[in-house]
Design a protein around this ligand. Structure first.
Ligand SMILES: Cc1cc2nc3c(=O)[nH]c(=O)nc-3n(C[C@H](O)[C@H](O)[C@H](O)COP(=O)(O)O)c2cc1C
Length: 199
């Protein structure tokens, strides 16, 4: 059977991002379980801040199509994102806002069609004590209720992220590693069950 295809997103692509480090942990976990993983850079889409006048004048930017296509090429999505003021960061919200403006075209589904019924697993990292947990719960609601994604029940918020990794980028705490593994395992389990050939 073909490997499950995992699209791995972050809500922060900055140099030294703790969330990028945690995504690498998630990617390694997925690869151990036999998935093929495509890390995807939302920042590289260079999507402008959503603006209705801009959309009217220029249409939906091609970056939104690249995100749609990446979603369509995946069986599951891993999103590892910081929270800003208890909320998902603009990189995530703005990318999905533009995606939602994309209609069906060229035989391809709309942006919302590309997210619908696609499994997603959530993780976050923060130097703070809650690890981004407040926004994880909002992101769960946002992607589930509005984008019709299947948000798996397992999630992981890595607190005190600046102390959590060793020099090689591994999580020092076995319990934290187990929590990250559980998100990825739960996600791939749902994705596997949803394969057309499953059941
Ligand atoms: C505008 C802004 C708001 C933030 N709000 C929160 C917050 O609500 N909770 C939290 O735990 N950390 C918050 N932080 C700190 C981030 O968790 C920290 O900058 C983290 O390193 C960002 O993730 P990254 O390392 O992946 O870029 C905030 C940071 C910024 C820049």
């Amino acid at each position: 059977m073909d490997a499950l295809r995992l699209l791995a997103l972050t809500g922060s692509e900055r140099d030294g991002s703790w969330n990028r480090r945690l995504r690498a942990v998630g990617i390694a976990a997925a690869q151990r379980l036999g998935a093929s993983v495509a890390p995807f850079d939302l920042r590289a889409l260079a999507l402008p801040l959503y603006d209705g006048d801009l959309e009217k004048a220029q249409g939906v930017p091609d970056g939104a199509r690249r995100l749609r296509d990446a979603l369509l090429d995946s069986d599951a999505v891993l999103l590892v994102t910081p929270e800003y003021n208890g909320f998902p960061p603009p990189l995530v919200v703005n990318s999905f806002d533009w995606l939602s403006r994309l209609g069906a075209e060229g035989g391809l589904p709309s942006g919302l069609g590309a997210t619908a019924n696609r499994p997603v697993g959530l993780m976050s990292a923060s130097p703070g004590q809650l690890g981004g947990l407040r926004s994880l719960n909002l992101t769960r609601q946002h992607l589930g209720a509005t984008f019709a994604m299947l948000v798996v029940p397992q999630q992981f918020a890595l607190a005190r992220a600046h102390e959590a990794f060793d020099e090689a980028g591994a999580l020092k705490d076995a319990k934290a590693q187990a929590s990250a593994d559980a998100v990825v395992a739960g996600l791939l389990r749902v994705a596997g069950a949803l394969r057309p050939s499953a059941g």
